[in-house]
Design a protein around this ligand. Structure first.
Ligand code: SF4
Length: 487
């Protein structure tokens, strides 16, 4: 049996933080100097926990049931991922989309005092009987972790009774890590240890594992597959809309690629060390510069650079006239970007295509893996754009956006609508964002939103955000205690 992969938490990585803020040149200087430290937040709004990421990563698995060993509230966010799952089924041709089988063990005060393992056993038995799944994923939580319920022992005990169902415990207690992306690592850890184990399947020529994050929709999956087909690769797409059999095939791949610098990066390294599967970390193919880099780096790994260059030249020629025409309409506008870390950096390269200027970016994390990307952005946008490193924390975002007064906002716009700033959404699994086709699609969306600002205008006129005027006068990073501020 393979040994456990990931003992370290993401916050133990050097140069990693989920709470910092300042101009790009400041954070890059600190990071390169080896002295970037997380700031302490003295006030924080609600945040995302690693359990959410672990659930979101697996929720679209076929033939699976998901048990959250927790009070009911912990699985509240699953409804959001369930919606994406249903949309994903529709996009994949299912006209009657089903709900994910997500079940809470409904931990209560009594269980916290007396222990919840009996309730967990009952829950597992009842879901196996009802759904006969191939896999039961068992997610821990703060409460079950704090009282020491042994989900591994319960899984091992009940596994003896079931031949056709694998019971997989996932250790994703929210309190263990402030970095929600740790939830990705614990998922890959469980996949390796409980599904792949000691399997050593024969290598399939031309097969590439594509490790994709939760925000990637079917249109983008097809675009990735189309780009990779152009250089002779076929895709094992992991872990969305995946299956027990597809996960089993992970070690049979000839190569591994992730579409984000920090998704599955540790796991790809493990696959290289354990199975000799080469991998490349290339960022996300949003915007022409990021798309070129993504495919070219993969092509270098597989020795198909000429084919990739020819494909990219054809793609560019097909969309260049429309990009130029859209650029005429939207260039020169100042933009604030707010999405996931990898997608945010890539979205900032997209606005280069339209000659727009980046003034600020909010990102859940900042780490060594992104410093070069930020430096490349600084070559185009200057090194004075503001980076707000925050998991959610809309109060900081609102303060910054109000202060920087961008002409356009890329991200979820429910807050900035009320400041009257037109916006569009890029973090969505519903529409295409990848490759050259994605550049045109997003360019059209930006142009349309800038052309008709009626929604944001009306929202600003009739709706107020819940902050006092005094908050807008404060420094956006007022509630971050940074070491250097105390010197
Ligand atoms: S696991 Fe902990 S942090 Fe996550 S939702 Fe439950 S109580 Fe909150």
């Amino acid at each position: 049996m393979a040994t456990k992969l990931l003992d370290a938490l993401r916050e133990d990585r050097p140069g990693f933080t989920s709470s910092q803020g300042g101009p790009e040149c400041y954070l890059r200087g600190k990071s390169r100097g080896g002295c970037l430290k997380p700031a302490d937040r003295t006030f924080a709004q609600t945040t995302q926990c690693q359990q959410m990421n672990a659930i979101a990563t697996l929720l679209s698995m076929e033939d699976s049931v998901f048990i959250v060993h927790a009070p009911d509230g912990c699985s509240g966010c699953a409804s959001m991922f369930n919606e994406s799952y249903k949309v994903g089924q529709y996009h994949r041709g299912k006209r009657v989309a089903k709900n994910a089988h997500i079940v809470s063990s409904s931990f209560d005060e009594n269980d916290v005092i007396m222990g919840g393992e009996t309730k967990l056993r009952t829950t597992i038995r009842s879901v196996v009987q009802r759904y006969q799944p191939k896999i039961v994923f068992l997610f821990s939580s703060c409460s079950s972790g704090i009282i020491g319920d042994d989900i591994d022992a319960v899984a091992a005990e009940l596994q003896k009774d079931y031949d056709s169902t694998v019971i997989i415990p996932i250790h994703c207690e929210g309190f263990k890590s402030k970095i929600h992306s740790t939830g990705f690592d614990v998922v890959f850890n469980a996949i390796q240890n409980y599904i792949i184990g000691d399997d050593r399947p024969e290598t399939e020529e031309g097969l590439v594992n594509i490790f994709a994050t939760t925000s990637i929709g079917y249109a983008d999956q097809l675009e990735l597959e189309r780009m990779l087909k152009a250089i002779g690769l076929k895709v094992n797409y992991i872990p969305f809309f995946s299956s027990y059999e597809k996960l089993k095939k992970i070690p049979a791949a000839e190569y591994s690629v992730s579409v984000c610098q920090v998704f599955a990066d540790t796991y790809m390294k493990f696959l290289y060390e354990e199975y000799g599967i080469p991998y490349v970390i290339t960022g996300m193919p949003v915007g022409t510069r990021s798309t070129d880099r993504w495919l070219t780096e993969i092509a270098k790994m597989v020795g198909k650079e000429e084919e990739a260059a020819a494909f990219l030249a054809r793609e560019r020629a097909a969309v260049l006239p429309e990009i130029e025409s859209l650029r005429e309409k939207i260039q020169g506008r100042r933009v604030f970007v707010c999405t996931g870390t990898g997608r945010g950096v890539a979205a900032a390269t997209l606005i280069e295509d339209y000659n727009m200027k980046l003034v600020g970016i909010q990102s859940p994390t900042y780490e060594d893996a992104y410093v070069d990307d930020y430096e490349r952005l600084a070559e185009f946008h200057g090194d004075d754009f503001i980076i707000d490193v925050a998991t959610m924390q809309p109060f900081e975002q609102v303060n910054l956006v109000n202060r920087l007064k961008p002409d356009f906002f890329i991200g979820i716009g429910s807050w900035v609508d009320k400041l009257g700033i037109p916006n569009t959404h890029i973090l969505e699994p519903k529409r295409p964002t990848f490759g050259y086709r994605g550049v045109v699609y997003l360019g059209r969306k930006i142009a349309t939103a800038l052309e008709n600002t009626a929604w944001a205008d009306k929202m600003a006129a009739h709706r107020k955000l819940p902050y006092r005027d005094s908050w807008y006068q404060q420094d956006a990073f007022h509630y971050m205690k940074r070491e250097e501020d105390e010197e």
